[in-house]
Design a protein around this ligand. Structure first.
Ligand code: NAP
Length: 308
């Protein structure tokens, strides 16, 4: 299988690279890993070198997905069976002041990929978010639940979803949430704050599903070997609040820090967040043989790896 991964330097991109090149896969593949620019090229190359991941099956190239002609040329020269789009404008609060830039990446960039993929008859894996939902419910959102984003990031991601569903038949649109891997994320922020603080105040009235990028990568690798196209939810099993999540991080990391629950109003952010954005894995459990870890087990695996 020829796999073209955009945003290879992000959290999910790196998890996919590790999972594909380090774990035993029961299929043969070639990878084209694309990153935003030359600086990211060097940085991904060095990371792969340090992690013993340089491999003749993988090549790296620079590609800004907002340029249609470059996207088309890169895809037509590699001729992938599958394109996995891990690129996004992911800074949720920044999006509020940079809607145009966010749309360029989260909608136009996705359209460029969808068109290029369509031209060669390949399949597109696109990643979306729990933030396309308004969070006013109290039961996990299924794949066909109505979307109603309440912030700019969610709106631009919803536009990206539309582009994929309206232009392609062979796609996997996978919504995930509260992702942590190699990169900036909540787990690392909490551990950093715990170094200089004895007390942490964390929001307790937002509920979601913390998800390890490694578990999501495993689910994607499972799906691309099937033809079960369509919309999927891919999160670690279970639900929790940011407050409970922080408490579990401290417990597993053995940090003696008091975590105090606060309300969202006490922790003002530019972008509004949904109160309840848990994604249901019922379809994954019913229609696939893939078993995803509970969020607590995945967090333990992640923290054990960080200790190494
Ligand atoms: N992180 C979360 O909590 C979360 C939650 C739900 C869903 N998701 C979704 O999951 C997917 C993966 O997220 P992630 O956390 O792995 O993201 P990430 O770590 O922020 O990685 C995104 C990558 O995209 C690159 N990029 C940005 N604009 C680009 C462009 N125009 N052309 C090429 N590359 C570009 C970024 O490069 P630079 O860093 O150099 O800008 C970065 O390497 C995204 O679709 C995201 O929306 C994430």
């Amino acid at each position: 299988m020829r796999i073209f991964i955009t945003g290879a330097e992000g959290q999910l991109g790196k998890a996919l690279i590790k999972e594909l090149l380090k774990s035993r896969q029961n299929f043969e593949f070639k990878l084209m890993l694309t990153v935003l620019n030359e600086v990211s090229w060097n940085s991904l190359y060095n990371w792969m070198y340090e992690n013993n991941l340089l491999d003749e099956r993988a090549e790296i190239t620079a590609l800004d997905i907002t340029d249609y002609y470059l996207v088309r040329a890169a895809i037509e020269s590699f001729m992938p069976d599958t394109v996995i789009n891990c690129v996004a404008y992911t800074a949720v609060d920044d999006c509020e002041d940079h809607e145009e830039e966010a749309r360029l990446v989260n909608e136009t960039g996705v359209k460029n990929l969808a068109m290029a993929v369509k031209n060669i008859g390949a399949c597109l894996v696109h990643i979306s978010t729990d933030y396309v939902f308004d969070g006013n419910g109290n039961i996990p959102y299924k794949e066909d639940a109505e979307i109603n984003p309440i912030n700019v990031y969610g709106k631009t991601k919803a536009l990206g979803e539309k582009v994929v569903c309206e232009n392609l038949n062979n796609y996997f649109l996978i919504r995930t949430a509260w992702l942590y891997g190699e990169g900036k994320n909540f787990v690392k922020t909490m551990l950093r704050l715990a170094e200089n603080n004895k007390v942490l105040r964390v929001v307790s009235d937002q509920t979601g599903s913390p998800t390890s990028a490694m578990e999501l990568a495993r689910f994607i690798i499972y799906l691309i070997q099937t033809k079960q196209y369509g919309v999927w939810h891919g999160v670690c099993d279970g639900e929790t609040s940011w407050y409970e999540f922080a408490k579990e991080i401290m417990r597993l990391a053995g940090r003696d820090v008091e975590v105090i629950p606060i309300k969202s109003e006490e922790y003002k952010t530019k972008a509004k967040r949904p109160h309840y954005s848990v994604l249901s894995n019922a379809k994954m459990h019913k229609e696939t043989e893939f078993g995803i870890k509970a969020w607590t087990d995945a967090l333990k695996e992640y923290l054990d790896l960080l200790k190494l």
